[in-house]
Design a protein around this ligand. Sequence first.
Ligand SMILES: *Cc1c(COP(=O)(O)O)cnc(C)c1O
Length: 393
Amino acid sequence: MSFDLAARLAERRTADLFRQRPLLQSPQGPEVQVDGQRLLAFCSNDYLGLANHPDVLAALQQGAQRWGVGGGASHLVVGHSTPHHELEEALADFTGRPRALLFSTGYMANLAAVTALVGQGDSVMEDRLNHASLLDAGLLSGARFSRYLHNDAASLAQRLNKASGNTLVVTDGVFSMDGDVADLAALSATAKAHGAWLMVDDAHGFGPLGAQGGGLVEACGLSVDDVPVLVGTLGKGFGTAGAFVAGSDELIETLIQFARPYIYTTSQPPAVACATLASLQLLRSEHWRREHLQALIQQFRQGASELGLRLMDSHTPIQPIVVGDSARALRLSALLRERGVMVGAIRPPTVPAGSARLRVTLSAAHSHAQVARLLDALASSWSLLNQEMPIDA
Ligand SMILES: *Cc1c(COP(=O)(O)O)cnc(C)c1O
């Protein structure tokens, strides 16, 4: 008996599903150096261009001078420092929720919230296209787990009729691989009608969406009563690292008492919280970033549809080009890279079989000229791809 890892890896290669990590040799930004090559990148989640902003960097440096580097302990022991606490208060104010709780990553925030709220005898219902961390959280919770059809409140209602115990409905706000947005008004009304709670993970909405960058929940004007559990991550639009859960005082106190991924881990470096306080300021106040991003999205969609590319129903910075099979997606990504443009190919199991895609992401740090370069590279790569690997009708 042994682990036949070689066979497992070989199988993944033959299925065109083998993953490789590009080596980033520069800071995050529109122009990066990757594996020794200068590339124009359309694949980071730094939607507002804050990951390398001078104010955010200065706040990190000053934070490290003042607070040192390591968090040193978990929040419940002696790792909960003043910058963490101030950031929680600022995030509560930003989201219009009574309280917010800071986590080291979004993955952990999701595991924490779901497993603290439901367990054996309860029910958890998830959109079938939810982020992996939400699906993992649902499975780990031990609650009865079911997936409803994508963004379909009627499909949710059917399942809610059969639910038992405390019931949590969980959805991405902006869907991370498709860029479309959840119909929160319908999902919230359906959950409420069945006495269930709605949890929204808006990792990709905070920053780009909402008048002040408060994401889809701000854009839809939903209160803590409509969305009792609101999750945001800080590694995307905020450009830093970590995540938060926002909600009622009782919710946050429950997480502090019972959420294992909160309790049994070291707090994030306090200087990172200092950096996030600075990026939150920029994210809320610099509306031009959202406006410029929207203009880039329009430019991209217009140009890509003129090229005959298959786009998805998205008005967010996530603009996938659906290609179908994994080999074609990899080849299109390689052709773009030969033209100095980096866009990641997203393959199963991250997306459903047969829906491999190039996940184009736009950032307020991009210029219109850079989006024009992307469109040029797409035009020639796309026609080459169709010569090399025609789709048999
Ligand atoms: C990225 C992402 C996460 C995970 O957040 P991290 O801070 O990167 O761990 C959770 N949910 C969604 C929808 C995401 O896109």
